[in-house]
Design a protein around this ligand. Structure first.
Ligand SMILES: [Zn+2]
Ligand SMILES: [Zn+2]
Ligand SMILES: [Zn+2]
Ligand SMILES: [Zn+2]
Length: 279
């Protein structure tokens, strides 16, 4: 409680001209003149989750502010046990709505002035937000990531030259990614070799008789789509179904990995199985 009142006391009331204040946050009234105030960043956050406030701020009748997410998460009860979630803290909302500052990427060329509540949505899509070089130990951040990788990491990048539809890339097990530089001179792709093992299931198809003649197993292709998200990659594998006489002790050498995120709320997926010879 003491820290809270101390913070409030350090935040000067609006419209009182201040002398010699530094410029952490600026306030631009509609009149065209602006005055700058220093506001401590942690004074603008929810006192429960410590995240910066969004546009809606609530308070209990003892004046404890909380963000909308915390009101829901705490079952609309403040930590002081009073109900919270019905009373909006309009004065604080108004102050935040009037606060503006330059985009965080001003040094990369963005000229946008963003409001306190709109800053995150702008900065997420800001065209001046820098790219971080993916190579371990390289500290490059900037907008020219294609040129940077081409000039500094050329041996580790695959620079595409021809206009072919496909590209064959050799990937070593120990390499976390390969960089593919498109021939358009701007597009950068990373072929990721994730070492982090997701949870999921491995699907494979085996043939339990009759034994195929010769060595060739029955050829198939298997596909799984994520039903809830049509843009998610379609997972597929194809090959020859190994022949087994008994399933016990059989371990598939190749399989289709279907991560947990592809299983629906009933824990099921729909699998399309094509046999080259038809069903
Ligand atoms: Zn919160
Ligand atoms: Zn309270
Ligand atoms: Zn920006
Ligand atoms: Zn680099």
């Amino acid at each position: 409680m003491e820290t809270q009142s101390a913070k409030k006391a350090r935040t000067p009331p609006p419209n009182v001209p201040q002398e010699e204040e530094s410029t952490n946050a600026s306030n631009m009234p509609r009149g065209g003149t602006s005055q700058e105030y220093t506001v401590e960043a942690d004074g603008l956050g929810c006192e429960i989750c410590f995240e910066p406030f969004d546009d809606q701020i609530f308070m209990c009748k003892n004046g404890h502010p909380a963000c909308g997410t915390c009101c829901i998460r705490m079952d609309r009860l403040c930590f002081c046990t009073d109900p919270i979630g019905d009373i909006r803290c309009r004065p604080l909302e108004k102050i935040l709505a009037a606060m503006t500052r330059p985009c965080a990427y001003v040094t990369y060329g963005c000229k946008e002035i963003v409001s306190y509540s709109g800053r995150r949505s702008h900065e997420k899509v800001c065209p001046f937000a820098p790219y971080h070089c993916p190579f371990d130990g390289c500290t490059y951040q900037g907008l020219e990531v294609y040129t940077h990788i081409r000039d500094r990491h050329a041996p580790s990048a695959v620079i595409v030259r021809g206009g072919s539809q496909r590209l064959d890339v050799t990937l070593e097990k120990k390499t976390p990614f390969r960089v593919l530089l498109h021939r358009d001179g701007a597009s950068v792709f990373l072929l990721l070799n994730g070492g982090d093992v997701l949870c999921g299931r491995s699907l494979s198809l085996v043939c339990m008789g009759p034994r195929p003649t010769g060595n060739a197993g029955v050829k198939y292709k298997m596909e799984v789509k994520r039903r809830s998200d049509p843009d998610a990659p379609v997972l597929w594998s194809s090959g020859a179904a190994p022949f087994v006489r008994r399933l016990k002790d059989f371990h598939a050498k190749g399989f289709l990995f279907v991560p947990d995120s592809y299983w629906d709320s009933y824990d099921s997926v729909s699998v399309t199985v094509h046999l080259t010879d038809g069903w």
